[in-house]
Design a protein. Structure first.
Length: 165
């Protein structure tokens, strides 16, 4: 039992190396109804109204899986976060709602998929997928459907003269 708790603690420590907040070294504070550590897989699953906070950035979901790199006999730095179920990614600049999200530490990107809605101030955009580079702030909106007659293309409503934030 003690070995399992120690393994879970090491994996949780790796989560602090992930960066859901743009250009932040602040720790990630994760709260959920329950957490389960799979030490042999270097994976921790948080479930039930999960909320991850880093600096002023918030990631909410029904379930959050944290994957760490294998380091010798243990687990090292966090490589990936996978959020599922009513995902909200909230920064000072924008609020993004989606069905799923994947954060990759190698490229410091977060990809949100499924019924994506992005709100910046009064401006609203919709897409099937949004990829956000957390270092540059650049984002790309993508739709799986093409053509003028398609109702599921990338779409935005923007208010001229309104501030983005």
């Amino acid at each position: 039992m003690l070995v399992m708790l120690a393994g879970a603690a090491m994996m949780l420590a790796g989560a602090a190396q992930a960066q859901i907040a743009p250009k932040s070294n602040a720790p990630i504070d994760i709260a959920a109804d329950q957490s389960e550590a799979f030490t042999n897989e270097c994976r921790v699953v948080w479930s039930g109204d999960v909320e991850a906070l880093q600096a002023k950035t918030r990631l909410r979901a029904s379930r959050l899986s944290v994957f760490s790199a294998r380091k010798g006999d243990g687990c090292g730095a966090t490589q990936k976060l996978v959020a599922d179920g009513e995902v909200y990614y909230v920064t000072a600049e924008r609020i993004v709602r989606a069905d799923n999200a994947v954060y990759l530490s190698t490229g410091e990107t977060i990809t949100l998929t499924g019924n994506v809605v992005v709100v910046q101030g009064r401006n609203v955009a919709r897409a099937d997928r949004v990829v956000i580079d957390l270092q540059t702030g650049q984002s790309q909106m993508i739709s799986t459907q093409k053509g003028r007659a398609s109702p599921r293309r990338v779409r935005g409503v923007f208010y001229p003269g309104a501030q983005a934030n």
